[in-house]
Each structure stands twice: as C-alpha cells, then as structure tokens.
Design a protein around this ligand. Sequence first.
Ligand SMILES: Cc1cc2nc3c(=O)[nH]c(=O)nc-3n(C[C@H](O)[C@H](O)[C@H](O)COP(=O)(O)OP(=O)(O)OC[C@H]3O[C@@H](n4cnc5c(N)ncnc54)[C@H](O)[C@@H]3O)c2cc1C
Ligand SMILES: *[C@@H]1O[C@H](CO)[C@@H](O)[C@H](O)[C@H]1NC(C)=O
Ligand SMILES: *[C@@H]1O[C@H](CO)[C@@H](O)[C@H](O)[C@H]1NC(C)=O
Ligand SMILES: *[C@@H]1O[C@H](CO)[C@@H](O)[C@H](O)[C@H]1NC(C)=O
Ligand SMILES: *[C@@H]1O[C@H](CO)[C@@H](O)[C@H](O)[C@H]1NC(C)=O
Ligand SMILES: *[C@@H]1O[C@H](CO)[C@@H](O)[C@H](O)[C@H]1NC(C)=O
Ligand SMILES: *[C@@H]1O[C@H](CO)[C@@H](O)[C@H](O)[C@H]1NC(C)=O
Length: 596
Amino acid sequence: MPMRFVLISTLLACVYAIIITDPTKIATDYDFVIVGGGTAGNVVANRLSENSNWKILVVEAGINNAGIEDVSVPFLGPDASPNKPWTWNYTTVPQKALNSRSMAYQRGKLLGGSSSINFMIYTRGSSDYWDAIAKWSGDPGWSWISMLPYFKKLETITPPADHHNTTGQFNPLVHGFSGPLSVSLSGFASELSSRVINTTFVDHADFKFNLDVNSGDQLGVGWLQASINDTVRASSAVAYLAPQFISRPNLHVLIQQQVTKVLFSTSHGTPAAIGVTFSAGPGAPTFTVKPSKEVILCGGAIGSVQLLMLSGIGPPAQLNAFNIPLVVSSTQVGQNLIDHPAVFNHFSVNAPQSLDQLRENATALEVAEEEYADEGEGPLVDTVSDTIGFFRVPSNNSLFQQFPDSSVGPKSAHYEFLWSDIWASFLPTAIAPPTGDFVTLTQVLVAPASRGSIVLNSPSAFEFPLIDPGFLTSDYDVTLHLLAFKSAKQFMSEKSWKGFNLGLAPDSANTNTDAEIIQYIRNNAVTLWHPTGTNRMQGVGANEDGVVTNELLVKGVDKLRVVDASVFPFIVPGHTEATVYALAERSADIIKTAWA
Ligand SMILES: Cc1cc2nc3c(=O)[nH]c(=O)nc-3n(C[C@H](O)[C@H](O)[C@H](O)COP(=O)(O)OP(=O)(O)OC[C@H]3O[C@@H](n4cnc5c(N)ncnc54)[C@H](O)[C@@H]3O)c2cc1C
Ligand SMILES: *[C@@H]1O[C@H](CO)[C@@H](O)[C@H](O)[C@H]1NC(C)=O
Ligand SMILES: *[C@@H]1O[C@H](CO)[C@@H](O)[C@H](O)[C@H]1NC(C)=O
Ligand SMILES: *[C@@H]1O[C@H](CO)[C@@H](O)[C@H](O)[C@H]1NC(C)=O
Ligand SMILES: *[C@@H]1O[C@H](CO)[C@@H](O)[C@H](O)[C@H]1NC(C)=O
Ligand SMILES: *[C@@H]1O[C@H](CO)[C@@H](O)[C@H](O)[C@H]1NC(C)=O
Ligand SMILES: *[C@@H]1O[C@H](CO)[C@@H](O)[C@H](O)[C@H]1NC(C)=O
C-alpha cells in the first residue's frame, strides 16, 4: 500500500545518549562484542550490561532508528522497506516453483534491525514448537514451559491507543506487565475485525474463537497482539536501548560500521574468537576490536551466515571457491533456510468505511493524519491487521497419505490467516485499483516442507550472498496453499459476510479449478521475510548436524556464539520476532551463567 505523507509530530523526538559514530572513540577493554544491534543483539546487550563489571560493545552496520517516521508510525510499516537508506536490499534468486520470479528480500539495516521495519505482528508460536526444539537439541531449557517465563519477562502489555476495554480479547495470565517490550491489542476498531470475530461465534465450527493465540494453544481465530506502544512501534531499539539502558556507562553502541571478519587465535588447540574487524564500506578504513570474553553474532539469518563464511567457518568447497582459509569445516552454515510463503487474496467488499479511503481520498488521509498527530488516535495507530487465525488441515486429508505432516505438533498450525481492511500487497504487479473497497485475506504457509539455502557470491563483505528460500519446491507446500485458499474462500462466505463480501477482486478471480488456483499461487506467493534455520542448532539424532550447540556456541571454535533467527532448527508456526526476543533473553542468561 504505497502511501506517502509527512506528519508534523513531536512524538518522534527521541533522546539517545551513548551512540558512537566515530570508530576511533571506542574503548579497548570490552568483555563482549555483539555484532548487529538488531532484534536479538540489543536484548543481549541490555541484559549483559546489567552486570556493571562487564563492558559491552555493539557494532551495528546501519543507522540510528530515532526520528524516522516510516519506522515509527505503525500504519506506515509497509513503507519502511524496501530500498531505503536503512535496509539491506537483498533479492532472492529466481524461484523456480514461482514461475521463476525473484523478489525483494529485505532486512533492517538500522538499530532494532528487522524489528524496526517489520509489521509488528507478535506471535510466540505454539507449545509444540518450543517442545520440538527442546527435543531436537536435547535441552529442556528450550521447552515451552521453560520459555514462558522469558516471554513474560520481555513484555509489558500496554493499553491500546483507543483505551478500549480489552477484557475477553487476550488472556492476562500468560503475559508479562513489566518487561522492556510493549505489546498491545488493536487501538482502532473496525467493522472488519468485528465481522472476523463474529464468524467464530455464529458460523462454522472449523473457525473457533481463541482467547489468546499466544497461550501455547494457537489454533483458532483471535485478536492480534502487536509490538506497539500506544501510537508508536516498539522495536528492540526502542525497548532494549531505551534511555535508561543506553545511558549505562558500560554499554557502548557503535553504528554505521559493518563487521567484516571474526579473528581467531590459531596458536594452539581449538581456535578461539579473539576479535572482529569492521569498516564503514569498501575502501573505508578497517578497525579491530578484541573483547576479553566472547564475540556474539546477532547479524540475523543472512548476515551471520555470510560473516561466518567470510571468517572461515562453513562448507569447505564454498570457502575454497573464494580462497577463504578454512578455520572449521561446518557444512550446515547457510543450509536449511526456511521461510513462510504468503498469498494476499483480495475481496471486493461493501464497506464504504474501509481504509482504502486513505489511499483513494486525500482529504480522508489528512483527517487521519491530524487525528494521529493531535489526538494519538485513528487508523494510523495500528499495523496491517487486527485479527489472526491459525488452522490445521484435517488429519484424514489425502495429503497425509503422500507426505508426512510438516507441522511441529498436533496443536500447531499448517496455515495462518490475517485480515486487512485495505488492499494490501507486496507484489509489484498487484497494483491497487484506484477506487473500491477491499478486504485482504492473507494466507500464510506456516509449516512449509520446502528448504532453501544461502551461499557466498563474493569474498567481499559488501557484496550480497545468493539467497534461495526454495519457495514451494515441495509439492506438499503447493497442496497446502491450495487447501488454505479454499478455506479462505469458505471463511469469507460464512453467514456473517453476506451482503459485505462482494466476491474475489479481479486479480484473484481466475481461481475456479485446482489448476487455476495453483497457477494463481505460483504467480502471487511472496515472502513474509521470516528466514530461519541457516545456522541451526545441533540435533541429538542422526542426520541432525548443526552449526551451534544447544547453548548457541559455534561448534569447533571457542568464545563465539550466534544469537539470532538463524539458530532455530525449525520455523515457528507464526511470525518470528517474538521467538527471537525470547531466544535472546534465554541466551543472555546462558552467557551470564557461563561467565559467572
Ligand atoms: C518487512 C518485514 C516484515 C516483517 N514482519 C514481521 C512481523 O510482523 N512479525 C514478526 O514477528 N516478524 C516479522 N518479520 C521478521 C522479524 O522481524 C525477524 O525475523 C526478526 O526481527 C529477526 O531478528 P534477528 O535478530 O535475527 O535479525 P535482525 O533484527 O535483522 O538484526 C540483524 C542486525 O544485524 C545487523 N548486521 C548484519 N550483519 C552485520 C555485520 N556484518 N556487521 C554489523 N551489523 C550487522 C543488521 O543491520 C541488523 O541490525 C518481518 C521482517 C521484515 C523484513
Ligand atoms: C538500499 O537502497 C537504498 C535506496 O537506494 C540505499 O540508500 C541503501 O544504501 C541500500 N542499502 C544497501 C545495503 O545497499
Ligand atoms: C471491562 O469489561 C469487563 C467484562 O465486560 C468488566 O468486568 C470490567 O469491569 C470492564 N473493565 C473496565 C475497566 O471497565
Ligand atoms: C511506552 O511509552 C511511554 C511513553 O513514552 C513510556 O513511558 C513507557 O515506558 C513505554 N512502555 C514501555 C513498555 O516501554
Ligand atoms: C458482531 O456481533 C455483535 C454482537 O452480536 C454485534 O453487536 C455486531 O454488530 C456484529 N458485528 C458485525 C460487523 O456484524
Ligand atoms: C473524502 O473524505 C472526506 C473526509 O472524510 C469526506 O468528507 C468526503 O466525503 C470523502 N470523499 C469521497 C469522494 O468519498
Ligand atoms: C474427514 O473426517 C471428517 C470428520 O470426521 C469427515 O467429515 C470428512 O468427510 C472426512 N474427510 C475425508 C476426506 O475422509
């Protein structure tokens, strides 16, 4: 939904104290160096700097997040990328199962990382998900029951911008009320949300209501929780580098410097990480920093993979191809890339109050801007959806005679729905019609069987690697998307939608036969930007080789960890940010214990 406007607002003014831009001004006596001030990096930096005896340096490639309107105003989330001065502008290789389309594969390149440009949808996954990681790694510390305290620790449930009564819209017993990250329900009531929720009460039994999809039991339809504080985005920078934290004298954050290599001691025995080199860009001076305890990579599912390989840890053939000296052979670096393909289905609706007015009517947009700036209310306080649903394909479906069930467990979804009160799309070809009112029902494959990879394309840290999410390369995923589409059409034809849903919009209309639906899916599937698994944890079973241990130490070397979305062995049935926050919280405790 391309939309461009300028809000005259003082809400964006922010005070940041100790952010360093001059690399000659950093200290020499750090205990820990954290690579990447993104979602996970700032959590680890915050928690480790609670120990005033430890000195922490974060090195972030991107810029400061403060004061960027597209990054702060929730409704503008889709405008925060791609191709901004604060994004990594990656592109996938042509996706053969998507009729050879490539797509933008953005990541945040600023403080907060991707949590500063994402859509703020806050989902913890299911108890099955965390229990499956515990089983895979042999570490009960990753189980749902062990991780729930970390979810509570990281959150503050904050009243929504419209201060409506949220009783019956979430379960307070499973949430936290004093953590750094603000999480909130929708702050702007729409007729659409009311209709979605009503469908669960008056219509089909498949679409049951779920009081809280973040309780461990995720199945059903409920109110969406989002990382928003009243009217503004809550990112890991806003939350974990808030003034009271960034002002700690033992926490230094250096920005606009990209780490190009991890340095190892090779004098005797196991190589140990002794420092990193960094630089502002090709041709700019290179600096070195050597912490006494650990280097912690928080560069994300793409950045950490590229950095490991450039530093000599990866599949030997790939490193040889670029004459990178091998430090440790680690064949899973860059493998096991898992991501969520989504299709944005558009329905024409009889809803003159839909948010399409904001893109069609300049006066309506001005009114909304004023409401936001003057009163902190209106449609701009929310992200792209207010409700969310998680669903399974029934176990007697013939799909499961051909393929094993890909879900992480019986209480976990195969696919997800999101509803938007506006024409939403991330396909350059699916341009919004100039007039009309629409509902976008986004179907997301949250348990894909397909796997992809990231491989080096250059020995330079400033050239992008080749990214292949392998979308829909498993026929199982194609069938799941087909079933999800039929389910979406069924949802929208329930009784509560009579007179409101006028039918599929022209771009989604040629979908009468299975073959047509499959063609539509191949032409329209896009990423939800959830790359996961590219430095996966070691498993206890055969054929479960990994890059990091259950405590996220890089195998084969000392004093080096990875803490970010790359270490998950499977992808969450849901969106990834909440899982990264919780992972980082536990990792900080693991590191504190290791150095106690
Ligand atoms: C457009 C978009 C929408 C999304 N929507 C949602 C959503 O609604 N809900 C949800 O849950 N998830 C969403 N996600 C996914 C989610 O935001 C990510 O999974 C999560 O933030 C990843 O966290 P991370 O810590 O692994 O990496 P990141 O947050 O990406 O952090 C990595 C950081 O490291 C820095 N870095 C990388 N390499 C280097 C280097 N060599 N030197 C120095 N710094 C480096 C980067 O600049 C970045 O700041 C979305 C993602 C995108 C891009
Ligand atoms: C992404 O594109 C924008 C706009 O062209 C540019 O300013 C930015 O530097 C690019 N980012 C990277 C990492 O190349
Ligand atoms: C919110 O609604 C619930 C249930 O309808 C009611 O019990 C409660 O008193 C209300 N809270 C406030 C603050 O009005
Ligand atoms: C939300 O924002 C308010 C106002 O800036 C601030 O006082 C509060 O601490 C924030 N909440 C969280 C959890 O950060
Ligand atoms: C949903 O149901 C409630 C309660 O029955 C009703 O007040 C409301 O008007 C319904 N919403 C829509 C959009 O039909
Ligand atoms: C545009 O929006 C304004 C403000 O909401 C409204 O008064 C006007 O009727 C709208 N125009 C059209 C053509 O819908
Ligand atoms: C699967 O089971 C359900 C309910 O038990 C039944 O209604 C449905 O017809 C079955 N479907 C198939 C394909 O057997």
